[in-house]
Design a protein around this ligand. Structure first.
Ligand code: ATP
Ligand code: MG
Length: 419
C-alpha cells in the first residue's frame, strides 16, 4: 500500500457535500457582488511568486513547492492565488479593459509546512480581488464580501479585526521608530526577527514566538504614524463598515508586512480554527501590480482557508444542507424485470430524476436494505405481475405507503410526490 503524502487529505464521497456547501456559498456570495470567477494554472514560473508574494515572506523563503521541469525551468506550485490573478490580469491586457476588475477564485494551494490541525501542505482557498479602485469604498466592498460569505455560511463566532499600515511615505517614519524601539532588544529576539529588522521591521510585529511577542507588545503602533491621507482613508473604511452594520475591532498587530501592502489590512478569526485562528485574511496592495507590470493599478483582496472554515462550521454546528439520496431505486427480480428496471431508470434520468438499479444481483430483500442505506426516497419494485400489468409497485420510503404506477407515468408520478 502506498500512503497519502504528508499534509494532504482525501475528500471522500460521504463528506463531499460539506465542500459543495462551502463552494456553492462562495460562488453565490461572490456573484451577488458581481464578481466573476477566474481560473489560473496550478503552477507558475517561480519568479512570479518570488516577486509577487515577496522574498522576505515565509511563503517564499521556506514553504514553496519548487522544482525544475524537463525543460530546466524553475516551476512552483501556487502557494496562494493573488500572484497568479495579477499575472493573468496583466498578461491578458485586462488593465486596458473596463474597471473595476472584479474576480474570485476557488483553488488548491501548496505550501511546505509542518502539518497540524488547520495547516496542510495542500489546502484550499476562496479568494477575491478588486483592481482599479483606490477609494475606501473598495476596501469596504471587499470586507463586506468576506463578511457576507461567512454570514451566509451561518457562522456566528467569527470576528473581524482591521488595521491600517499606511503608505510608503508614512511607513518610513514608522520604520525609524520601530528600529529605535527594537534595537536594544535584538539579542532577545528570534533569528527571523533579526533578519526582519534589516529588511522590513514592521513584520516583527506579528512574530508568533513567545519571547518576541512580549517585546512587540509595547512597540510603537502604525496607527499613530498615519499621514493625513491614510488617516482619512481608514476613517472612511470604518464609517462604511459602521453604516453597513459590520462589526469589527481595531487590531494594531495585524501587519501583512509586504512592501506593496498599504493602508487597510484585515483578518477574520475564530477560536474554532485551532491554534491558527485566522480563517480569512486580506488587505489593500496598491504596489503589487506596478511591481509586476509598469502601470500602477490599485488593488484590494482577500483569501479564506476552506479547511479552517470547515473546522469552524463543525465547531459551531452551523447548518449544512444534507445532500439528497437517490430519488428512485428500481428493484428487479429476474432477468426480464431487471431489464425493465434498467430501461425505466434511463427514462427517469432523462426526465431529470436520479435513479439507480441493482448492479450487485442481490435478492429483493437485500435490495430494499441497500435502498434504505443509500437514502433512496422511493423504491419501485418490478416483478412478474408488475411486468404483466405494465406498472411498478412504488414504495414511498418516508411513510412506507405504496402504490401501483404505470411505467409510462412513473416519471410524472415521482415528480409530483417528491415535493
Ligand atoms: P498563517 O498565519 O496561519 O500561516 P498565512 O498568513 O500564511 O496564515 P494567508 O497567506 O493569508 O495565510 O492565506 C489565507 C488563508 O489561507 C489563511 O487565513 C488560512 O485560512 C489559509 N491557510 C494558509 N496556509 C494554510 C495551510 N498551510 N493550511 C490550511 N490553510 C491555510
Ligand atoms: Mg503561513
Amino acid at each position: 500500500m502506498i500512503n497519502i503524502p504528508k499534509g494532504t487529505k482525501d475528500v471522500l464521497p460521504a463528506e463531499v457535500y460539506l465542500w459543495h456547501h462551502v463552494e456553492d456559498t462562495a460562488r453565490k456570495t461572490a456573484e451577488a457582488f458581481s464578481f466573476k470567477e477566474i481560473r489560473t494554472p496550478v503552477f507558475e514560473h517561480t519568479e512570479l511568486f518570488a516577486r509577487g508574494v515577496g522574498d522576505t515572506t515565509d511563503i517564499v523563503n521556506k514553504e514553496m513547492y519548487t522544482f525544475l521541469d524537463k525543460g530546466n525551468r524553475s516551476i512552483t506550485l501556487r502557494p496562494e492565488g493573488t500572484a497568479g490573478v495579477a499575472r493573468a490580469f496583466l498578461g491578458n491586457g485586462l488593465a486596458g479593459g473596463a474597471m473595476p476588475f472584479k474576480a474570485y477564485y476557488l483553488i488548491s494551494a501548496f505550501r511546505y509546512e509542518r502539518p497540524q490541525a488547520g495547516r496542510l501542505r495542500e489546502f484550499h482557498q476562496f479568494g477575491a480581488e478588486l483592481y482599479g479602485a483606490a477609494g475606501a469604498t473598495a476596501d469596504a466592498e471587499i470586507i463586506a464580501l468576506a463578511d457576507s460569505f461567512l454570514k451566509n455560511l451561518g457562522l456566528k463566532n467569527v470576528s473581524l479585526q482591521i488595521n491600517s499600515i499606511g503608505c510608503k511615505t508614512c511607513r518610513a517614519e514608522y520604520h525609524k521608530a520601530l528600529k529605535a524601539y527594537f534595537a536594544p532588544h535584538l539579542k532577545e529576539m528570534c533569528a527571523d526577527c533579526n533578519a526582519r529588522f534589516e529588511k522590513n521591521p514592521m513584520r516583527m510585529i506579528d512574530c508568533k514566538e513567545e519571547g518576541c511577542k512580549k517585546i512587540t507588545a509595547n512597540a510603537p503602533r502604525m496607527l499613530d504614524y498615519l499621514c493625513d491621507d491614510c488617516k482619512a482613508h481608514f476613517e472612511e473604511v470604518k464609517n462604511l463598515l459602521n453604516a453597513a452594520n459590520i462589526k469589527y475591532e481595531i487590531n494594531p498587530s495585524i501587519v501583512r508586512g509586504l512592501d506593496y501592502y498599504s493602508r487597510t489590512v484585515f483578518e477574520f478569526t475564530s477560536e474554532a480554527a485551532g491554534a491558527q485562528g485566522t480563517v480569512l485574511g486580506g488587505g489593500r496592495y496598491d504596489g503589487l501590480l506596478e511591481q509586476m507590470g509598469e502601470k500602477a493599478v490599485p488593488a484590494v483582496g482577500f483569501a479564506a482557508g476552506l479547511e479552517r472554515l470547515l473546522m469552524v462550521i463543525a465547531a459551531e454546528n452551523a447548518p449544512v444542507p444534507e445532500e439528497k439520496g437517490v430519488s428512485c431505486y428500481l428493484a428487479g427480480m429476474d432477468g426480464k424485470s431487471r431489464g425493465q428496471a434498467f430501461v425505466l431508470a434511463s427514462e427517469l434520468r432523462k426526465a431529470g430524476i436520479s435513479a439507480e438499479v441493482d448492479l450487485m444481483e442481490r435478492s429483493l430483500k437485500a435490495q430494499f436494505k441497500y435502498a434504505d442505506k443509500i437514502g433512496a426516497r422511493f423504491v419501485a419494485v418490478i416483478g412478474e405481475s408488475e411486468l404483466n400489468e405494465g406498472a411498478a409497485e412504488v414504495k414511498d420510503m418516508k411513510n412506507s405507503s405504496s402504490e401501483r404506477v404505470k411505467f409510462s407515468e412513473l416519471a410524472t408520478y415521482l415528480k409530483q410526490k417528491e415535493n
